[in-house]
Ligand binder design. Structure first.
Ligand SMILES: Nc1ncnc2c1ncn2[C@@H]1O[C@H](COP(=O)(O)OP(=O)(O)O)[C@@H](O)[C@H]1O
Ligand SMILES: [Mg+2]
Length: 254
């Protein structure tokens, strides 16, 4: 077996006395689309932040291309971060900046000249199906779905090897959600990226996933192909997949 792109081993993370990640184990192969399901507050965003190095796990290891990312010095971390593109749950665009300035924020930080940044942003807009004129508009002038696409253009601006999507379709209507699903699939095909997507949208999960893992009470309690998850007899999985209020997961545990 080749080295997995991402290898999360025995990761634990607490905040004060509250243990959020109990013991997470998960591997993602190169080029694979991994979807993580889990209820609100189950630690999905915390896991992504650990993966990105924005939070340090209390215990365990996170290997990316075989390198333990929990033990990097400052310079190695900068290098490591370049592998990642992140679509934040909130979109997290700067309202005061134009869309091209948002998309090319990292390039500008690196001293790339504005005309080059703007042109790169326009190229990335094309990849997410938006016209060049969007570049000079501001996020507030766009619909929610278009803002998501601009955030996606920003996530791919530095040509990442891995894209992390935190609830990419939350807050979007079903049709717009499906446009985002198609874009995620297209980026996987066009750019060959590895991705980890957090969602509780089952349509989205089934459409974009090569594998689906379920996070519950700080552990990965199921991990399989779309077909395996669809036909799982794990009661936690079936309750989640079918969106049932009745089942082993009680309100208050999520
Ligand atoms: N920086 C933090 N400080 C304290 N508690 C946090 C912090 N980040 C997340 N948490 C807590 O960790 C739990 C999981 O949060 P999160 O990963 O955001 O959930 P979700 O699965 O909905 O993305 C929540 O109870 C949240 O309050
Ligand atoms: Mg979250």
């Amino acid at each position: 077996m080749s080295t997995p792109k991402i290898d999360i081993r025995n990761v634990q993370k607490s905040f004060g006395t509250k243990r959020v990640l109990e013991n997470v184990n998960l591997t993602v192969e190169k080029g694979q689309s991994m979807v993580i399901l889990g209820g609100s507050g189950s630690g999905k965003s915390v896991l992504l932040r650990c993966l990105l190095g924005l939070l340090a796990p209390d215990n365990g290891k996170i290997l990316v291309d075989g390198v333990d990312t929990t033990r990097l010095n400052e310079q190695q971390r900068m290098q490591f971060m370049r592998k990642f593109g992140m679509l934040f749950q909130s979109g997290a665009l700067f309202d005061s900046l134009s869309n091209w300035e948002n998309i090319g924020f990292m390039l500008t930080q690196q001293g790339v000249k504005p005309s080059k940044v703007r042109q790169t942003a326009i190229d990335k807009l094309a990849l997410v199906g938006l016209e060049p004129r969007v570049a000079d508009q501001k996020p507030a002038e766009l619909s929610g779905g278009m803002r998501k696409r601009v955030a996606l253009a920003r996530a791919i601006c530095m040509e990442p090897e891995i894209i992390l999507y935190d609830e990419p379709t939350t807050g979007l209507d079903p049709i717009t959600s499906d446009v985002i699903n198609d874009l995620i699939l297209k980026l996987k095909e066009d750019l060959g990226v590895t991705s980890v997507t957090i969602t509780h949208n089952m349509n989205s999960a089934f459409k974009i996933a090569d594998r689906i893992a379920m996070l519950y009470m700080g552990k990965i309690i199921a991990n399989g192909t779309v077909k395996e998850i669809k036909t799982s007899d794990n009661p936690y999985v079936t309750q989640f997949v079918n969106g049932l209020a009745q089942g082993p997961i009680k309100v208050g545990q999520r």
